[in-house]
Design a protein around this ligand. Structure first.
Ligand code: MV4
Length: 516
């Protein structure tokens, strides 16, 4: 327990560590947080909706409280319900995970008002960077470069005037936005007005704020983010970058550390890291945060936004730095002083994460919830899986269909990609469709292998390979199934053939593919 031994991160023992923490989330991130709480000797309280009664986070927590019916608007998004659950169970702090209430300033405030510690930044800094134009002002004042853009929300006429000065293409963004919602690329004048209206109405629907501002579009850019970490005593460091250029419809699909570009130009990590720390410090930030940048083809970087939560992709930073970000978050929230100095942070090896979803890559990535009838997961050197699924569990339709994060570490990127391919071949999920096969295609792509990544990668990948084709063995399986059916081979005979002693694990994995 940290109270006796003390982790290496902090100079002083923490006088007041929490005894019990409520986890205001579900799925893999709730499980991830509960695991660290257990290592720290802190009791955990899970909350769950009716759709999650049998979920792993509920089983793994020390205590659990039902908070409502399946829709998140009636459960995981209900501030009062969650605070009431924390009170009832005597939790002194709440970890919000990502999504749901994690970046909600009102929630952080409500926690404080209830005398409960919100494990994250202050409500004031969540609010400050929640406005994208305000975040840009803060970054600029801190000397962090931002994309050319307007300082405030604009009318269509003002957007046109901006285009007159900077030209097309440009990008319309929601002031209250983030993560691509209410965003529209405008290639030419004729598209401006309809794009503006679409962006504004989407922003209104998503954020109840229709304000739109304009930026010059940076094309074929990389999306690289910096992990920062600050305590409540004014100390702030960065934990390096994550390359997140492989995205589909503004959903990250794969992330890696180091960025293949930063691996070629190591000074970029220090420059972007310092720029990120300056911007976050100027926002009065504490706890874990992420500063997003775009990096153009001339390696110039531009501040995009600050995410005030623990990110989905944090495991690759943990794998390459050896740190436990959740532990650091909890200790910082408890008031501990960050003992780590920038020069104490060292990066080792290469890590890549794949977001494994219950979706059908051969049918426009449509969600594919349902019962998991078979689950065989990869194991062995360099494998980390963050997941909350088990055989026999039904993936609910009510939430994001993320099944697992497969993160792989190896000393060098080429070994990481080989290892990832090995792990993906071992990964066998039955009963539902997943995007596992799609990752194998990406990993075999020449541009991916060469580290030539940019935000248009997936789109170009689809053009090269369009449409995502059924693997040959998939089609072969259909033919095999038809043949077996026609010859009325008994189930027993098929089962015997499938378990013949000559089959290696890899051949078996291939067969599982065929039988899927
Ligand atoms: C941009 C951009 C290019 N130029 N801004 C996407 C999410 C949000 N955090 C900011 N994003 C972007 N902002 C300027 N001025 C490119 C992205 C972007 C992107 C755009 C289109 C399609 C995929 C993308 C993936 C990552 C980032």
């Amino acid at each position: 327990m940290s109270r006796s031994g003390g982790p290496p991160y902090f100079a002083d023992r923490i006088a007041e560590m929490f005894r019990k923490v409520l986890v205001a989330n579900r799925g893999e991130i709730a499980v991830r947080v509960i695991r660290t709480l257990r290592e720290m000797g802190i009791l955990s309280v899970a909350v769950y909706s009716d759709a999650d009664r049998t979920s792993l986070h509920v089983r793994m927590a020390d205590e659990a409280e039902r908070i409502g019916p399946p829709p998140s608007s009636e459960s995981y998004l209900l501030i009062d319900r969650i605070i009431e659950a924390a009170r009832k169970h005597g939790a002194e702090a709440i970890h919000p995970g990502y999504g749901f209430l994690s970046e909600n300033a009102e929630f952080a405030e409500a926690c404080e008002a209830a005398g409960i510690v919100f494990i994250g930044p202050s409500a004031a800094s969540i609010r400050a960077v929640g406005s994208k134009t305000e975040a840009r002002r803060v970054a600029m004042a801190a000397g962090t470069p931002v994309t050319p853009g307007t300082e405030h929300a604009v009318t269509i006429e003002e957007a046109r005037a901006f285009a007159g000065e900077y030209g097309y293409p440009l990008i319309l963004k929601a002031v209250a936005g983030g993560g691509g919602k209410g965003m529209r690329v405008v290639e030419r004048e004729a598209e401006l007005e309809p794009a503006y209206r679409l962006a504004a109405s989407e922003a209104e629907r998503s954020f109840r704020n229709a304000d739109i501002y304009v930026e010059k579009l940076i094309t074929r850019a990389r999306h690289i983010e910096i992990q920062v970490l600050g305590d409540r005593h004014g100390n702030m460091i960065h934990l390096g970058e994550r390359e997140c250029s492989i995205q589909r419809r503004h959903q990250k699909v794969m992330e890696e550390c180091p960025s293949p570009l930063v691996a070629m130009y190591p000074e970029m990590r220090r420059e972007m890291g310092e720029a990120a720390v300056r911007a976050a410090a100027a926002a009065g930030y504490h706890n874990a945060g992420t500063v997003e940048f775009l990096v153009d083809e001339d390696r110039k970087f531009y501040f995009l936004e600050i995410n005030t939560r623990l990110q989905v992709e944090h495991p690759i930073t943990e794998l390459t730095t050896g740190l436990d970000l959740v532990r650091l978050q909890v200790e910082i929230a408890a008031g501990a002083r960050l003992h780590l100095k920038q020069e104490d942070i060292h990066w080792r090896g290469s890590a890549i994460e794949c977001r494994i979803y219950a979706e059908d890559p051969y049918n426009d990535f449509l969600p594919s919830p349902g019962k998991i009838t078979r689950l065989n997961r990869p194991l062995g050197p360099g494998i980390r899986i963050d997941a909350a699924i088990y055989q026999g569990w039904t993936v609910p339709i009510d939430y994001d269909p993320l099944l697992a994060k497969l993160a792989v570490w190896a000393p060098r990127r080429e070994q990481t990609t080989d290892r990832l391919l090995r792990a993906l071949r071992e990964y066998d999920v039955g009963g539902i469709r997943t995007n596992i096969g799609f990752f194998r295609q990406i990993l075999e792509d020449r541009d991916f292998r060469a580290g030539r990544l940019h935000t248009g990668f997936i789109e170009e990948f689809f053009k090269r390979n369009a449409p995502p084709k059924m693997p040959r063995e998939y089609a072969a399986a259909a033919a095999l199934a038809a043949a077996l059916h026609a010859s009325r081979v008994t189930e027993n005979a098929t089962a015997a053939a499938a378990s013949s002693p000559s089959s290696s694990a890899w051949v078996q994995a291939g067969r599982n593919d065929l039988l899927r």
